[in-house]
Write a protein that binds this ligand. Structure first.
Ligand SMILES: [Zn+2]
Length: 74
């Protein structure tokens, strides 16, 4: 596919790796913090946090993440 600008996932060979951005605690954008495979059966991911690379961490759903945060602040 010529118009695909994202690298193919090397794990499943089906999905694309897409860059995700995040926002820091000061609201500053952190571009390309993580790359995630678009194949839901694969969900291979690589991300950087505090200068260290994290490979294939489990992906949490947003709902689960929100609930666990509320429990932590209680
Ligand atoms: Zn994949």
């Amino acid at each position: 596919m010529e118009n695909s600008s994202f690298p193919k996932c090397q794990k499943c060979g089906k999905g694309d790796l897409v860059p995700l951005s995040d926002f820091g605690s000061q609201g500053a954008a952190i571009h390309y913090k993580a790359w995630v495979c678009t194949n839901p059966d694969c969900s291979y991911n690589i991300k950087i946090r505090n200068g260290e690379i994290y490979l294939n961490e489990p992906i949490l759903s947003g709902a689960l993440h929100t609930r666990s945060r509320q429990e932590f602040t209680r």
